[in-house]
Write a protein that binds this ligand. Sequence first.
Ligand code: PLP
Length: 387
Amino acid sequence: QITPADRMRELPAQFFANLVRKANEQTALGHDVINLGQGNPDQPTPAHIVRKLQEEAANPLYHKYPPFSGFAFLKEAIAKRYKEDYGVTLDPEKEVAILFGGKTGLVEISQCLLNPGDVCLVPDPGYPDYWSGVALAGARMVFMPLRSSNAFLPDYSELSPQDLDAAKLMFINYPNNPTAACAPSSFYEETIRFAEQNGIVVASDFAYGALGFEEKPISFLQHDGAKEVGVEFYTLSKTYNMAGWRVGFALGNPDIIRVINLMQDHYYVSLFGGIQAAAAEALTASQDCVAELQALYRGRRDALFSALQEIGWEATPSQGSFFAWLPVPKGHTSSSFADLLLQEAKVVAAPGIGFGAHGEGYVRMGLLTSEERLREAVQRIGRLNLF
Ligand code: PLP
């Protein structure tokens, strides 16, 4: 028998694998399951981006090893997009790292910056991939509760002096997965002050940066002092329906970008050049496809929340991301309620406990199917007379 390294024991089990298995069982039994449990964009990548890859796949330049940290044109393209969208100036060579999807950077940054015993501040509920890097670094997580009473923003005054002393890194994520909350500028300003005072690096996960329903989401990097204390992670997965292409970026503090690039140089030799060319096309061509996607998700959000209202399920409408964060009825845990929805309504929702202890009491639904299917899901739940 093979014994894995000790550090592998620290990796959390994939909570959502179980959910997928249960949903598949119901489908195999012949039921029409509406799966709102996962976060996989349902739309195809816009045609002009796919076309660019098809053209560039034949370019012999891209058949060789790409440059270690990726092609300059892609770094310039993301810098240009940030300038246009957020008014942020980035040095493409020193302040941009190309990643295999945002996920690799979110795991790597903990390994880049944390020593065993250091503390990482992590939102709870939050995206579970933050936990993996902290575990691999042998560091310790301190959870920052996100409560509806505080608009799902962390309250830094709750942290103990001991934890603050040991804290070296923190994650923030707005528009937020799973709570669908957005953050105001005042929150980013407070976070930068807090990070400066306590010597903590900020990792801002801006995966849903293009998806705000009420207002355009604000980037961490738009604020004075941001680049001194941290980096932002951006990804093409959601903005351009490119989740399968695995293109992401770390942007900001040049010292952090240097270590991330060094780490990456040892793991990978950058993405296929054709993908980098198509990614640059996504960032520099007309952004009409992004506006269309925003309108599509907004329509779905409105359809879902008006259907919820009709059955008496009270919930705060999503402000951003492509999720809805819904309180479970009294007498249920998030898991028992998700089980009930699957068994009785053939609807899959992700139990909040999978995102952390403060996710208990909620389920997450994705806006990743048609308005019609979303309404149908809620109507089925309505027939259970739980609200
Ligand atoms: N951050 C959050 C909050 C996410 O929900 C996701 C994907 O689901 C990611 C980061 C990573 O996306 P990717 O690795 O596709 O860039």
